[in-house]
Design a protein around this ligand. Structure first.
Ligand SMILES: [Zn+2]
Length: 487
């Protein structure tokens, strides 16, 4: 008889400083699939669930059941009622049946309004239902973990890359270890060590030669040398205000608990040594635009990290856009993006060719800059759907809601209904903007943007400006982060 594997995805990176809570509608907008529908949606994609589908295709002796597979864009803490509804889907699906293994696809930096250790709670409650059934968990590199959740899972693996181009491989490895455990090939024992430092995620790329790249190399070398099942370094997500904030290291050994503990401590010590190198400074929006326009010919990009939706940004702050309106560049320029449902509806009602006098940004919160009044001409309207063409979640369909392009002083400004980071060239191409033909591209984005746009850009300048994911953590009031780690 085939062995039975239950699969659930419940992933969220929660930012304590993003206005509002993350509710049912946010999960539905980003992806809400269960049963065979999940298999259809993710089949053929380079995603975690896509990897599970492919892996199980090669293991016909296992029969998978998709419970809920959902995630929401990084934003405020998950509303308690939403958390309970999704947990109800997972636990209700598990109850009253016999499973040989459970795979949970989590992020690791989820907060819910009533509990800043939400991922730990998910594993706890699943464990209560399935008893000793092996549970495998996959995490994002930005997870904020605690010891209990590592011990409570049977085996777990986190991403090794940032930008995250190994989601697929991470799930593949998690399932290989999980199924191997059920079939008696592995005896995983987990160890966990905290890195006593709150690490800003800006200088956390694993491409190039930064501190995170060094740590990944150290972890990979330790894994290989000691024959460990997995060594994961978590950079953490500093905008999630939780007692688990900060970097950490998770190690799984095959039977040798002492070895796992020792390697976790050693790699964590290497991470702590490098903590100061994660602290960097960035130019203001004004200065970043100046540098971009003075850069060698080609496409120059200015990235507004502080309002990157992938870090809890709201598509609404005006630091970079305000500076762009003052700079008035006389070169082909695009700005991605503002999220403004009402304005998109107004543009659709007015039609292509209409001239609108409107305010951009500063709508959801005035804390991060005043609205910018502009006169613009509607030059394009879309239904906001495209498929990713870049290396992250390749081929996955993205839904921006309805969108519009407003030409403001020759700057093409993209307006959307949903709040998603313009990390894929498809985001621009569907708006008739060929990134290769721009001189200046201003985006609300951060590191992940580079995965797809490095081939287009000759210059990329990151800036810091007010926003829910501003680089400098000094602006934020932490309540749960251990006092010793606060900036
Ligand atoms: Zn991440």
């Amino acid at each position: 008889m085939a062995k039975r594997l239950a699969i659930a995805k419940f992933a969220h990176e929660s930012n304590s400083f993003t206005p509002g809570e993350t509710c049912d509608a946010d999960f539905h907008a980003y992806g809400w699939h269960r049963g065979d529908e999940a298999a259809v949606h993710y089949s053929g994609t380079r995603t975690s669930i896509g990897a599970a589908i492919d892996f199980l295709g090669l293991h016909p002796e296992w029969q998978e059941t998709f419970l809920i597979c959902t995630a929401a864009n990084p934003a405020g803490p998950v509303a308690d009622a939403t958390f309970e509804r999704i947990m109800g889907e997972i636990l209700g699906g598990l109850r009253g049946q016999t499973w040989d293994a459970v795979y949970l696809c989590l992020h690791g930096a989820m907060l819910r309004a009533g509990n800043p250790k939400a991922d730990e709670e998910i594993i706890d409650r699943v464990r209560q239902v399935v008893g000793r059934t092996p549970i495998g968990v996959s995490y994002d590199l930005h997870g904020n973990l605690g010891e209990a959740q590592v011990k409570n899972a049977t085996v777990a693996v986190g991403y090794k890359t940032h930008p995250h181009v190994d989601m697929y491989e991470t799930t593949e490895k998690t399932l290989r270890l999980l199924i191997g455990t059920v079939e008696g090939r592995f005896r995983p024992v987990g160890a966990f060590a905290r890195v006593e430092a709150l690490l800003p995620s800006f200088n956390m790329r694993t491409t190039g030669d930064g501190p995170m790249a060094e740590l990944e190399a150290i972890a990979a070398e330790a894994e290989k040398r000691h024959g460990l099942l997995d060594v994961t370094v978590f950079g953490g997500f500093p905008y999630a205000d939780t007692p688990y904030a900060g970097g950490s290291v998770m190690v799984h050994a095959d039977g040798d608990a002492a070895l796992a503990e020792r390697v976790a401590r050693e790699v964590a010590a290497e991470a702590l040594k490098r903590a100061p190198r994660f602290q960097v400074e960035l130019p203001s929006a004004e200065e970043a635009i100046r540098q971009a326009l003075a850069s060698p010919p080609g496409v120059a990009v200015v990235l507004e990290n502080s309002d990157n939706p992938g870090s809890g940004g709201i598509g609404d702050t005006t630091g970079l856009f305000g500076a762009l309106m003052v700079a008035k560049p006389k070169v082909p320029t695009a700005f991605a993006f503002f999220r403004d449902e009402a304005l998109v509806a107004k543009a659709h009602a007015a039609g292509v060719g209409a001239t609108l006098d409107v305010s951009l940004g500063g709508r959801i919160s005035a804390r991060f800059g005043d609205p910018v009044p502009v006169r613009g001409k509607v030059t394009m309207l879309t239904d906001g759907r495209f498929r990713n063409v870049g290396p992250m979640s390749t081929n996955l369909e993205v839904d921006l809601g309805h969108t519009a392009v407003l030409d403001v002083d020759r700057v093409k400004v993209i307006l959307t209904e949903h709040c998603l980071t313009p990390n894929d060239p498809g985001f621009l191409l569907m708006h008739g903007i060929d990134p290769a033909k721009l001189r200046l591209l201003c985006v609300k984005a951060k590191n992940h943007f580079r995965a797809a746009f490095t081939p287009y850009a000759t210059t990329m300048v990151d800036c810091d400006s007010p926003g829910p994911a501003a680089l400098s953590l000094k602006h934020f009031k932490f309540r749960h982060v251990p006092v010793a780690l606060r900036p």
